[in-house]
Ligand binder design. Structure first.
Ligand SMILES: O=C(O)Cc1cc(O)ccc1O
Ligand SMILES: [Fe+2]
Length: 441
């Protein structure tokens, strides 16, 4: 478990994918029916579907909300005047390895106004693809503002600063080393209790959601365990002030006014909800004999595609761990992957890179881009004694790995001003030749 410097002020329900009942006022949930003629306390029943009505039971997701007014009670949405658009139409897929210095923190922005699309793939209206974002901000969102993405489920990875998140289903507090998943459609507001904040977001545009990976021969425990996922408890706001609901809809931003709080859900029951997870609880598994295993052993959550074993996106972490492999080149091998690999660093360093990959920065190794340890790391790892060694102490790197060829935005290549022009040259052109043809007798 991570030891955090700020305490979490909230309590949670525990258990990935479980059905929960949550009441902020006792007896505010109807018993044995979802939509009675008169729900308790004069509330309105509203169903929030996270899957098609007819999805198989194991993947069917929905939550019944009991709220002061239905979400439909608002003035129509209008396109926001800012020209910001996060559609995937203008992305440029690049074959070169890319690396970014830590992204600047936009202190005058909120979580929402400071959001930037770096890379992505696919097509939002047909629900196919991913978006990769950086958020950076120094201001809390106004209390009367709520955001939801109609485009997909967002996995938020804080790198700096805590986020105090009010969601329709209750409040969640997340700190660097924890992650937060907000499924499609759920409204939320982000306050910054510790000041400026920065982090990464992976959005999946698919109808599939983030799931725990199969454990196969690992057995019934290991990696991220279901009980460690924390779900907010119902907590409502009763206000008749004017509120603004902002949506990202097919990459464009729209807003609508309403005279009630979007957070007026008094109670709920179901299995479609936001959740958080402390990455320090990850049960890391590795070799105890030889060779470097595939990084799939570090998968926290996966969004499966319809092709078995092939992810729309995996969220993978590289926690502190013991390396004991005998006769083994211990860092990641040199490789080319049919999947794309976007990496970020929450803290510390990463064992495949001696320098240049820093907290708050990122790298992208696209489909079939050759990569692996930089020259210095490779040299050391080929020569060092193979005693048991702890790597990654105080560090936390992660990867969004995707079946998609990922394109980069103008902001990602140009405007952010953080691309390291000589990443490739500095990392790998110094890798030494070692080849020796055997001498003829
Ligand atoms: O490229 C990377 O650094 C990520 C990675 C790590 C690892 O241990 C094996 C394969 C892999 O792509
Ligand atoms: Fe890799």
């Amino acid at each position: 478990m991570t030891s955090f410097s700020t305490p979490d002020p909230y309590t949670y329900h525990n258990g990935f994918n479980s059905h929960f009942e949550s009441e902020s006022i006792p007896n505010s949930l109807p018993v044995a029916c979802n939509s009675p003629q008169k729900p308790p306390l004069g509330l309105y029943a509203e169903k929030l579907s996270g899957s098609a009505f007819t999805a198989p039971r194991h993947s069917n997701k929905q939550t019944w909300l009991y709220r002061i007014l239905p979400s439909a009670s608002h003035i129509p949405f209008t396109l926001q005047t800012s020209t910001r658009s996060f559609s995937t139409e203008k992305l440029t897929p690049l074959p070169n390895q890319l690396r970014w210095d830590p992204f600047d923190i936009n202190k005058s922005a909120t979580f929402l106004t400071g959001l930037q699309l770096v890379a992505g793939a696919g097509d939002i209206p047909t629900k196919n693809g991913i978006g990769i974002y950086i958020y950076s901000c120094g201001q809390s969102m106004p209390e009367t503002e709520a955001f939801y993405s109609a485009d997909g489920d967002m996995l938020i990875v804080p790198q700096e600063g805590d986020l105090d998140v009010r969601t329709e289903l209750g409040r969640i507090y997340v700190r660097p080393s924890e992650i937060l998943v907000i499924p499609r459609g759920i409204r939320y507001n982000v306050a910054l209790p510790t000041g400026q904040a920065r982090g990464y977001i992976l959005e999946s545009f698919t109808p599939q959601h983030f799931e725990l990976p199969e454990l196969g021969p690992i057995g019934s425990n290991g990696l991220a365990n279901p009980r460690d996922f924390q779900i907010p408890k119902a907590d409502y706001v009763d206000s008749q002030e004017t509120h603004t609901v902002i949506t990202k809809f097919a990459g464009a931003f729209y807003e609508a006014k309403q005279n009630h709080s979007p957070f007026d859900v008094v109670s709920w029951h179901g299995n479609y909800y936001p959740f958080k997870y402390d990455l320090g609880r990850f049960n890391t598994i590795g070799t105890i004999s030889y060779d470097h295993p595939d990084p799939s052993i570090f998968t926290v959550l996966t969004v499966p595609s319809s092709l078995p074993g092939t992810a729309i996106a995996d969220f993978v972490v590289f926690p502190p761990r013991w390396l004991v492999g005998e006769n083994t080149f211990r860092p990641p091998w040199y490789h080319r992957n049919c999947m794309s690999e976007f990496m970020g660093l929450i803290k510390g360093g990463y064992d495949a890179k001696a320098s240049g990959f820093n907290p708050g920065g990122a790298s992208l190794h696209n489909v079939m881009a050759g990569h692996g340890p930089d020259a210095e790391t490779a040299e050391k790892a080929s020569e060092c004694p193979l005693n048991p060694a702890k790597v990654g102490e105080g560090s936390l790197a992660f990867m969004f790995e995707s079946v998609f060829m990922v394109g980069v935005t103008d902001w990602g290549v140009q405007k952010c001003g953080k691309v390291q022009e000589d990443y490739n040259v500095e990392s790998w052109t110094g890798v030494k030749r070692r080849f020796e043809v055997p001498k003829k007798e």
